[in-house]
Design a protein around this ligand. Structure first.
Ligand SMILES: [Zn+2]
Length: 257
């Protein structure tokens, strides 16, 4: 009986505490879901994730040497698309490596909540450089990230390079500023991850830039002509680290936009 009385006392005490700490007004609003609306900051973050990113894994299984204009209305022409370089040690073709890395980048960006589209998800395609740019234009991508790997007749040359459209080109002056801002942000995040990087370079000769109406950055991940870097670029760990730094850079660009 004594035990029973103790139990009743405890229950009453808990009841008093509960009533004391609850605010009936708050509970009312909670019930109507009026105070659970996201605060502005959170709405901004969600809005940021509505950005659409187009990834273009460079090259394809078979090049197409038919010509296309290097810019809208230009009489200067270049091959539609090539198959790219080959790893000096791994013998892996660039188009394979580019798609591998691009797929990693896609998953990381999607994980961050971005909408992502790809110009290609297989190697057996025929999409020219201008067609890739036109695809991103049509989809109104907020940023295009082109993934490539370098090759040069000098096996000691290493490091990633970031290419942006030319500031003074009649075709790309309007997309230069945002492209370069994103490139700067990617470079900063690559440096934070201790990735060997040569710098940001403006290019006025790339068809894929000249046809673009939306900001675009091309990342040359490293040199396939260097044994060490060729092997490193095929390592899943290094690919993840590199693509993480690119996606962090993209995120920082959109956050500061
Ligand atoms: Zn390439």
């Amino acid at each position: 009986m004594k035990k029973y009385r103790l139990l009743v006392t405890v229950i009453i005490a808990m009841g008093i505490i509960l009533i004391g700490t609850s605010n009936p007004l708050t509970n009312f609003y909670k019930g109507t879901n009026l105070i659970n609306k996201p605060i502005n900051k959170k709405e901004d973050t969600n809005k940021q994730k509505e950005f659409l990113i187009c990834i273009d894994p460079g090259h394809q299984e078979r090049g197409d040497s038919k010509l296309e204009p290097v810019a809208p209305g230009s009489s200067s022409q270049k091959a539609r698309v090539s198959s790219g370089a080959t790893g000096v040690g791994t013998k892996k073709p660039e188009y394979v490596l580019n798609l591998e890395a691009s797929t990693v980048l896609k998953h990381i960006l999607k994980g961050k909540g971005y909408k992502v589209i790809m110009t290609r998800e297989t190697n057996n395609v025929n999409i020219s450089n201008s067609e890739r740019a036109l695809f991103a234009n049509k989809e109104k991508a907020d940023m295009v990230i082109r993934i490539h790997a370098d090759s040069i007749d000098n096996s000691s040359k290493t490091g990633a390079s970031i290419l942006v459209p030319s500031k003074n080109s009649q075709y790309t002056s309007n997309i230069y500023e945002n492209s370069n801002k994103c490139a700067e942000s990617i470079k900063k995040n690559m440096e934070k991850s201790n990735i060997n990087i040569n710098g940001i370079f403006e290019r006025g000769d790339l068809t894929g830039f000249n046809w673009s109406n939306v900001p675009v950055v091309l990342v040359e991940m490293g040199f396939l002509s260097n044994y060490e870097e060729d092997r490193m670029m095929s390592s899943p760990d290094y690919q993840r680290k590199l693509m993480q730094s690119i996606s962090d850079g993209v995120e920082e660009y959109f956050t500061n936009k």
